[in-house]
Write a protein that binds this ligand. Structure first.
Ligand code: ADP
Length: 164
């Protein structure tokens, strides 16, 4: 019997990609045969980086991990993408109680799209619990130090965007 390849999908806005996201991907890559990092176009969020820029910035950040595939979800639901690629689980990161309510509703809504849609939650490591893309953007906007929160190339790109 050939073993079915277990694919996990880690979807997010990644605006920008942070060390917190990277930690989740590194851990998920040990649990799944392949992890697809899916840059989602969230219609309700105005983003600092375009989808293509976000994809490039993620690519540069995960080159040390072998079993990773990158994609952009141009339109449509993550749940449909999941079914198309035959994934085994959606991967999400959980930092705190505020995340919990949001993540719980997303997981429930996704489960209603198909009864095989499973969500696996990885708890944020202590050192990344406070990191969020929005907080990082606010700090970078005011020319603060985000070097311990994002990879170097992303720090540079944020400085360019904000003309710092
Ligand atoms: P979305 O807009 O879909 O919430 P994000 O890019 O903000 O996308 O986050 C993608 C996923 O990563 C979410 O499950 C989020 O909770 C999780 N995440 C974000 N920051 C961290 C962090 N510092 N540590 C662990 N998980 C995180």
């Amino acid at each position: 019997m050939t073993k079915e390849k277990k694919i996990g999908i880690y979807a997010g806005s990644f605006d920008p990609f942070t060390f917190g996201h990277l930690n989740i991907i590194e851990r998920a890559s040990k649990l799944f045969d392949e992890v697809i990092v899916l840059v989602a176009i969230n219609t309700s969020k105005k983003t600092l980086f375009t989808p293509e820029e976000r994809l490039d910035l993620v690519r540069m950040s995960v080159s040390h991990i072998e079993n990773i595939r990158l994609d952009v979800l141009e339109d449509g639901l993550v749940a449909h993408y999941y079914q198309e690629v035959g994934a085994s689980a959606l991967i999400r990161g959980l930092r705190n109680a505020t995340d919990f309510d949001y993540e719980f509703s997303i997981a429930s809504a996704n489960a209603l799209q198909g009864d095989t849609i499973e969500t696996v939650i990885l708890y944020a490591a202590d050192e990344y619990r406070f990191m969020s893309s929005s907080l990082i953007k606010e700090i970078a906007y005011f020319d603060g130090d985000v070097s311990r929160m994002v990879p170097k190339h992303i720090d540079g790109k944020m400085k360019e965007k904000y003309n710092n």
